[in-house]
Structures are given as C-alpha cells and as structure tokens.
Design a protein around this ligand. Structure first.
Ligand code: ZN
Length: 119
C-alpha cells in the first residue's frame, strides 16, 4: 500500500485509504497522484490513527473532554501506533476506547465524523 494512503490528505481532505481528488467542471474526481502535503507527511513516516470513546459518554461527562462524542472520532497523526497511543493518553488519560490505524477504520459506524485532530 502507498504510505500516503495511511493519511488524511491535508490538501483535499481525502480520508485515509482513499485517493486524492481534484475539482473539475463536474465535481471532484479521484486522481492517481497524491497532493504534496500528503506525500510529504508520508515521507516523514507519519500515519493517521482514529481514536474512539466508550458509549457511556453519551450519558456521562468525559472527565477530560466535555465535548466527547462516542459517535465520532479523534484523528491522531503520528509516526507509529505507540506514539499515537502516547498522544491519546496525554490528552484523554485512559478514558478512550479503541485506537485504530486509519486505513482500517470503519467511518460509517461513527456518523458524527471527525471531532478533533491531534496533535
Ligand atoms: Zn489530496
């Protein structure tokens, strides 16, 4: 897999796993290249990870983040899983549920979308 596919594109906002897109007369079309910002981040070894939260925060207030919504995710860009986990723990303590590499994250289960991007 092209490493750039592990990242959300900072330029066109194509999600991880999807090709970059470019505007045309008839709307945006997928392209076979990556925007420079995305390719550059991949070159630096960065990847996106998605952090989700337990359903109890539909009812309860999250201890460190009142805006927490279990129907959405926080995107963390880091060189590897361990560093993404450290960023998650520094921000949210252990009050989060699952950290998933973006390329295998199932967005359709999280209709509230991206809540925040870290760092
Ligand atoms: Zn792009």
């Amino acid at each position: 897999m092209e490493l750039a596919l592990n990242l959300t594109c900072p330029a066109c906002h194509a999600p991880a796993g999807k090709p970059c897109t470019q505007p045309t007369d008839r709307g945006r079309v997928s392209v076979s290249w990556f925007h420079h910002a995305r390719a550059d981040a991949a070159e630096r070894g960065m990847q996106d990870f998605m952090l989700t939260f337990g359903v109890q925060y539909n009812e309860e207030r999250h201890p460190r983040w009142p805006e927490c919504n279990p129907k959405g995710w926080v995107r963390i860009t880091a060189p590897d899983y361990e560093q993404a986990r450290t960023i998650a723990t520094e921000r949210f303590g252990l009050d989060w549920s699952v950290l998933t590499p973006a390329w295998r994250f199932e967005r359709r289960y999280f209709p509230a979308g991206e809540l925040m991007a870290l760092p």
